[in-house]
Design a protein around this ligand. Structure first.
Ligand code: CO
Length: 456
C-alpha cells in the first residue's frame, strides 16, 4: 500500500502562513473537491483555528465544523488537541476534557491528534480515554526536538508507552522543521521495529529540508505524511501535496491521489492565497526559507515572536544574544520541546535574562509554575540551583497536574447560563473566556427581534 497523505491546508497551512485567518466560506470553498482527492484525512480544527474564529472572524468554530462535516462525506476530518490543555492555555479538569472530546466527535471530528508539550504521557491519558469512549480515532503526537536527552531511543521508549495507552496511531510532530533526513530515516526505522502502530510524520519546510526528510522517512516505512495543497504549501507550512503525489506515481509508495480533484481544489485555494497576499496578511517572507532555525533550533513562529518582543523594547540589536541564551534556558529547564506554550515561556525568559543582564532576575509567572511541576514532568532534570533561586523551598508536585482539579463543567455551565445556549457554547467560554464572551454578546445583540411587518 502506498504512503497516505493528510491534507493540512485548512488548519496548519493557513495557521503557518497567515495567522489562521481563513474564514469559514473560504475553508468550505474547496472542500467538495478535497473530499474526492483520496486523502487519509483532512486536518481542519485546532487551538488556533478555534481561537481565530471567535477572536478575529466573529464566527462560531463549532458551526464551521458542522458545515464541513456536511460537505465532507468520504474523508475523515482531523483535529489537533493539546492534551489536558484541550485547545486553551491552562490545564482543565477531566470532565471538561471528556465533554470537549464528546462534542468534537458529535459535531464531526473523526481523528483527534493529542499532544503534550513536554511529552508527559500522564497529560495525554484522559484525552485518549475520552476519544475511545466516544468512538473517535486517537492519534498521539510526540513533540520532536533536539537535545542530549531527545535521542532516537527516547522516542522509541515513548512510542511503546503510547501503544500501551491505546492510541490508534503515532505521529512525530516536528513543529520547528528541524528533523534531518538521516535522523528521520533512523527514527522511523526504529519506531517501525518497536511498535505496530501506523506512524505519521508532521513537519514544516521553514529550514528548507522537509522534502528530503519526508523522502527518507518514506524510504524508512512511514505510513502517513502531512502535506499542504500547493497554494498553501512550503515556507513555514508543510511540503506540497501534489509534488509528493507526482514524485511517487507508479512506485510502491504511490499515494494515488485524484489529480483532477487536486487541481480543482488548488484553483480555489489559489484565490484565497491571492487575497491574503493582497491584504498583506500573507507576508512573502514566510514563503522563503529560514536556515537560522537549523542553527538555533527555534521554531519559525518563536523566532518572529522574539524579534517583535525585542522591537517593542527597542532592543532589536540583542537578537543574537537572546538566540544564544535560549539553549541555556532550555538546559536549565530540563530541555522542554519548544512548542506552545513552552516556546513562548522559554523565549520570554531568554529575553528577560538578556535585557536585565542577570539570569532569572525576572521570571514570568508561567516559568514559576513550571518549576513547581504544574506543567508536568520535564524531559530531563531541571537545574536545582536555579529552581531554588526562583521558588525557594516551595513544594514541587510530582503527580499528574490535573489530579488537583475538581470537576468543573457543571460549574461553568451555571456560570454562563445567561449567555450560553448549548454545551458547545459553554466549552467555547471555558477555553477562551473573554474572546468567547464578546462573541456571544455580539450574537445576542444581532438577534434582537426585528419588528414584524403587519399585513396590510
Ligand atoms: Co505544524
Amino acid at each position: 500500500m502506498g504512503v497516505k497523505i493528510v491534507e493540512t491546508c485548512l488548519r496548519d497551512g493557513h495557521q503557518s502562513l497567515f495567522a489562521t485567518r481563513m474564514n469559514t466560506d473560504e475553508v468550505l470553498s474547496a472542500l467538495p473537491e478535497l473530499d474526492k482527492v483520496g486523502y487519509h484525512a483532512i486536518e481542519i480544527w485546532g487551538g488556533a483555528t478555534f481561537d481565530a474564529c471567535l477572536r478575529f472572524l466573529n464566527e462560531d468554530p463549532w458551526e464551521r465544523l458542522r458545515k464541513a462535516r456536511k460537505i465532507c462525506k468520504h474523508t475523515k476530518l482531523q483535529m489537533l488537541f493539546r492534551g489536558q490543555n484541550i485547545l486553551g492555555y491552562r490545564h482543565y479538569a477531566d470532565d471538561v476534557v471528556d465533554k470537549f472530546v464528546e462534542k468534537s466527535i458529535k459535531n464531526g471530528i473523526d481523528i483527534i491528534r493529542v499532544f503534550d508539550a513536554l511529552n508527559d504521557i500522564r497529560n495525554l491519558e484522559r484525552a485518549v480515554k475520552a476519544t475511545k469512549k466516544y468512538g473517535g480515532e486517537c492519534q498521539i503526537a510526540l513533540s520532536y526536538t533536539t537535545s542530549p536527552v531527545h535521542t532516537v531511543k527516547y522516542y522509541v521508549d515513548l512510542a511503546k508507552k503510547v501503544e500501551k495507552l491505546g492510541a490508534d496511531s503515532l505521529c512525530i510532530k516536528d513543529m520547528a522543521g528541524v528533523l534531518l533526513p538521516t535522523t528521520a530515516y533512523e527514527l522511523i526505522s526504529e519506531l517501525k521495529k518497536a511498535v505496530k502502530l501506523p506512524i505519521e510524520l508532521h513537519s514544516h519546510c521553514t529550514g528548507g529540508l522537509m522534502e528530503m526528510t519526508y523522502q527518507k522517512a518514506i524510504e524508512a516505512g512511514v505510513d502517513i505524511i502531512d502535506c499542504a495543497l500547493s497554494p498553501l504549501a512550503s515556507g513555514t507550512s508543510q511540503p506540497c501535496t501534489e509534488a509528493f503525489n507526482f514524485a511517487y506515481q507508479g512506485t510502491k509508495y504511490d499515494p494515488k491521489l485524484n489529480v483532477e480533484m487536486l487541481n480543482a481544489a488548488a484553483k480555489k485555494m489559489q484565490v484565497v492565497r491571492q487575497k491574503y497576499i493582497a491584504n498583506g496578511l500573507l507576508n512573502p517572507k514566510v514563503l522563503g526559507f529560514n536556515p537560522n532555525i537549523l542553527i538555533y533550533q527555534v521554531p519559525g513562529g518563536m523566532l518572529s515572536n522574539l524579534i517583535s518582543q525585542l522591537k517593542q523594547q527597542g532592543k532589536e540589536d540583542k537578537l543574537d544574544e537572546v538566540l544564544k541564551e535560549v539553549p541555556h534556558v532550555r538546559k536549565d529547564l530540563g530541555y522542554p520541546p519548544l512548542v506552545t506554550p513552552l516556546s513562548q515561556m522559554v523565549g520570554t525568559q531568554a529575553v528577560m535574562n538578556v535585557i536585565t543582564g542577570e539570569r532569572y532576575k525576572m521570571v514570568p509567572k508561567e516559568i514559576n509554575a513550571y518549576l513547581h511541576g504544574q506543567y508536568g514532568q520535564a524531559p530531563a532534570p531541571v537545574n536545582e540551583e536555579i529552581r531554588k533561586k526562583i521558588i525557594g523551598n516551595d513544594k514541587v508536585i510530582t503527580y499528574r497536574p490535573a489530579d488537583d482539579l475538581k470537576p468543573e463543567f457543571e460549574k461553568l455551565k451555571k456560570q454562563y447560563k445567561h449567555i450560553a445556549k448549548t454545551d458547545e457554547d459553554v466549552l467555547s467560554l471555558a477555553l477562551f473566556p473573554e474572546v468567547a464572551m464578546k462573541f456571544f454578546e455580539q450574537r445576542k445583540a444581532d438577534k434582537k427581534p426585528t419588528r414584524i411587518k403587519l399585513k396590510a
